[in-house]
Design a binder for this molecule. Structure first.
Ligand SMILES: [Zn+2]
Length: 297
């Protein structure tokens, strides 16, 4: 009885939807499923989407340099979703796509993007210079653990349909050229969302927890695998509520926002990786960005 009722309600909804579509096609996005692919931005730190084969073929394998590239089914085609490293040169680049019986190259162009500089003062000096022997040992062990986590590749279909992991204020954008106490450091490889310590951090999409840890610079950290090299990482957490190997769904709590590791205040540093390169997380949450930006005003 319940099933029948549900079916008839669904039918009514479909009828309503068809009617509204006829009335106003612009209403369609309200009813359609959230878009499942990130936005394209052909710059260093951006994402390129390239149709590489018809869906009638088996999913091909794609490579950018030596790294495997994610491939997702969309509108009867296989789409390669290429992460462009922040260090990539401006100009033409290519991916190699291999099927059972051939190998083909697809080229694309990368344009320049001027990422602004950011100067930060870190009060805890040992977070920038003057590391002790023990600090350096810990930094080295951390790097090995994080490199292992970042190189995970699983064949499961990629889930790129993200929500923002924290409802907070965008405090530092991706790609900023960084100086800590006047010393040049690597560019900002994530998106910072500031929120009070203890604010929940949610899984942006379904994933498997790769690893968790407490690292010298990054503090309490969680790594997620969303399939085919699409990974995400959550840094400086106050508490971690998941375990390695655990499966999470979109919206599940990973832990809480904190100020562990090298920070100037309580925030989430959120990294998204494609083919081992950090890319701009904002490209995955365009539907949430306006809401988060509004909190800066
Ligand atoms: Zn950050």
């Amino acid at each position: 009885m319940d099933i029948l009722l549900a079916k008839s309600q669904k039918f009514q909804m479909n009828k309503l939807r068809s009617f509204l579509l006829l009335l106003c096609p612009a209403l369609f996005p309200v009813f359609s499923l959230a878009k499942a692919l990130p936005d394209q931005l052909a710059v260093p730190g951006g994402i390129i989407k390239i149709p590489v084969a018809e869906m009638s073929q088996k999913r091909p394998k794609a490579f950018y340099g030596n790294n495997r590239v994610a491939i997702k089914a969309s509108k009867n085609q296989w789409i390669a979703i290429v992460g462009v490293p922040l260090s990539e040169k401006i100009g033409r680049h290519k991916i190699t796509v291999k099927t059972a019986d051939n190998s083909q190259q697809f080229s694309f162009s990368i344009a320049d993007k001027k990422y602004p500089a950011q100067y930060l003062t870190i009060k805890k000096k040992r977070m920038v210079t003057g590391f002790t022997e023990a600090d350096l040992k810990k930094i080295n062990t951390d790097k090995k653990a994080m490199d292992r986590a970042k190189s995970v590749w699983t064949e499961q279909p990629i889930d790129a349909d993200f929500i923002a992991p924290v409802d907070g204020r965008l405090s530092s954008l991706f790609g900023l050229k960084r100086f800590f106490n006047e010393i040049p450091k690597r560019p900002h490889n994530g998106l910072d969302i500031a929120a009070d310590s203890g604010t929940p951090i949610l899984a942006p999409a379904s994933a498997k927890v790769i690893d968790t840890g407490n690292y010298y610079f990054n503090g309490n950290t969680v790594f997620l695998d969303h399939g085919q090299g699409l990974l995400s990482a959550y840094l400086h957490m106050n508490s971690i509520k998941v375990k390695p190997g655990q499966l999470v769904k979109q919206g599940d709590t990973l832990g809480t926002v904190g100020a562990t590791g090298r920070v100037t205040g309580s925030h989430l540093h959120w990294i998204v990786y494609l083919n081992k390169s950090p890319v701009d997380p904002a490209l995955f949450i365009s539907k949430d960005i306006a809401r988060l930006e509004a909190r800066n005003r």
